[in-house]
Write a protein that binds this ligand. Structure first.
Ligand SMILES: Cc1cc2nc3c(=O)[nH]c(=O)nc-3n(C[C@H](O)[C@H](O)[C@H](O)COP(=O)(O)OP(=O)(O)OC[C@H]3O[C@@H](n4cnc5c(N)ncnc54)[C@H](O)[C@@H]3O)c2cc1C
Length: 131
């Protein structure tokens, strides 16, 4: 193996960069509205990324209409959209961020697998928490 690596050449044209995704961060700007993945990225096993982007759009409609009708300032509009998204997404983000490491850590995978084999995973409760 080492000899194979020693004799190898790097093909510069094959280099590719893949950026990592931070599932534990929420971006709340003070001067602009961040929706969808710009607000936060939920761990992929939930299959919830697109829904959250659409839901965030729906949540933003009322405050943005109020701003467009000159009923409230831009800063208040940004604050209310951020508040609505925090309130609506808090539980599913918290739950998914707690569960996510169980899929990637061998020790936790083992426990998860055993729980599943013995029908001890509360799927219905988890589904409710994540939707
Ligand atoms: C491989 C993969 C698989 C996925 N599978 C699922 C799944 O099964 N189910 C699920 O729910 N979610 C899934 N997701 C997540 C989901 O795709 C995203 O969470 C969702 O698309 C976020 O929507 P968005 O509108 O925030 O961003 P996007 O869908 O990324 O839309 C942003 C748009 O803005 C455009 N844009 C960016 N910069 C500019 C600019 N300066 N000017 C103009 N336009 C710009 C981009 O081209 C893009 O079209 C997956 C994501 C990936 C990467």
């Amino acid at each position: 193996m080492v000899s194979k690596l020693k004799n190898s050449r790097i093909d510069i044209n094959s280099l590719i960069g893949v950026s990592s995704i931070d599932f534990n961060h929420t971006h709340q700007a003070l001067d602009k509205i961040n929706l969808g993945d710009q607000f936060t990225v939920i761990p992929p096993f939930t299959g919830n990324g697109m829904t959250m982007a659409f839901e965030a759009g729906m949540l933003a409609v009322e405050p943005v209409v109020a701003y467009a009708s000159e009923k409230q300032s831009w800063s208040k509009t940004v604050n209310s959209v951020n508040h609505l998204m925090r309130r609506n997404f808090r539980l599913r983000l918290l739950t998914s961020r707690l569960i996510h490491p169980w899929f990637y850590t061998p020790f936790l995978q083992h426990i998860l697998s055993n729980l599943n084999r013995n029908h001890l995973l509360p799927f219905q409760i988890l589904y409710k928490l994540l939707h």
